[in-house]
Design a protein. Structure first.
Length: 327
């Protein structure tokens, strides 16, 4: 019995030891597998991390290269901008050097146009030509912003407005009235024979005497022959022609005065016509029409006494003093 128990005990111990050995071996296998798995994972993570790091490093290098390229481009653009700024400064300096010659050219053009307009106004009394030349000068002034030209811009505009106001009347109506007067001359009836000497003696001014003497000298070159007329009839016929031609010359002078705004010539022509018609022609309906028409025409005023370019000329003189334009 004891031996059996001993054997059983030994067997149990052996079984227990064998079980422990089996468990240990299983544990070792498990640990080995875990270690292998961990090793594989570590190796995988290492390889993947290295690859990822290389990719990121490549991206960083590429971005760094792009940044460097951008910086180089920016530097190049900055260099070009600096070059453009220097060229702009140089061009501005050249323009500043050219400004006096440009101002000189403008002043020369203004001087020519304004002088021509003043001559047209004072010598020829031609408002239309004067206004046209001043408008050309105004268009030239529009092209410059130089403050030195401010005064002449203002004064030229004032003088131009003044001339346009003085020229703003119905010249067509006045010319029509002159044409009507010219037609009515043929309808006037002479009162009595008139000698050429009486025409000269009744003149009001030396200028008209000279003019009538000249007319009589020219008309004396023409002989008018009539058949079967006596001396008095011939004198009356000649006087009639002289008077009517004298009135027609007055009409031509009045038209010239209308075109040139010559107030003195206009007044002399109209008043002389009124005096001749009132003195040497019968008081009938044509005479009354002519005198009424001449009274209306004598009321026409050109106002030459206030039409001038004094403001513009004064501003031009000041501009020439401020600018060394002759150089």
């Amino acid at each position: 019995m004891l031996e059996d128990n001993t054997n059983i005990t030994k067997d149990m111990k052996l079984d227990s030891q064998s079980k422990k050995g089996t468990n240990v071996s299983k544990l070792l296998v498990l640990l080995t597998l875990v270690s292998l798995i961990l090793s594989c994972y570590i190796v995988y993570q290492t390889q993947f991390g290295k690859h990822n790091f290389q990719a990121q490093d490549s991206i960083i290098k590429q971005q760094s290269k792009q940044i460097n390229d951008l910086l180089a481009t920016v530097n190049l653009q900055q260099a070009k901008l600096i070059g453009l700024e220097s060229k702009t400064i140089e061009i501005n300096q050249q323009l500043q050097q050219l400004n006096p010659s440009q101002a000189s050219l403008i002043i020369n053009q203004l001087n020519s146009l304004i002088s021509g307009a003043n001559q047209s106004l004072l010598v020829y009394h031609d408002y239309v030509a004067a206004i046209q030349q001043l408008k050309y000068a105004q268009n030239i002034l529009i092209t410059t912003n130089d403050p030195r030209f401010s005064l002449i811009k203002v004064n030229l505009t004032k003088d131009l407005d003044n001339l346009e106001i003085q020229n703003d009347f119905d010249s067509t109506m006045v010319a029509t009235q002159l044409d009507e007067f010219n037609k009515l001359i043929a309808q006037l009836q002479l009162v009595s024979p008139v000698t050429n000497n009486s025409l000269i003696e009744n003149s009001d001014s030396i200028f008209m005497k000279l003019l009538k003497n000249l007319k009589n000298s020219v008309l004396s070159l023409v002989k008018i022959n009539r058949i079967n007329v006596n001396n008095s009839q011939g004198n009356q016929f000649n006087s009639d022609i002289v008077l009517r031609q004298h009135l027609q010359v007055n009409v031509l002078n009045a038209k010239q005065a209308l075109l040139t705004h010559n107030q003195e010539l206009w007044t002399n022509s109209i008043e002389d016509s009124k005096n001749l018609i009132g003195q040497y022609f019968i008081n009938d309906m044509p005479r009354q029409k002519v005198l009424l028409l001449l009274t209306q025409l004598s009321a026409t005023k050109f106002n030459d006494n206030i039409a001038n370019l004094q403001l513009t000329l004064s501003a031009l003189n000041k501009l020439e003093l401020l600018t060394d334009w002759k150089q």
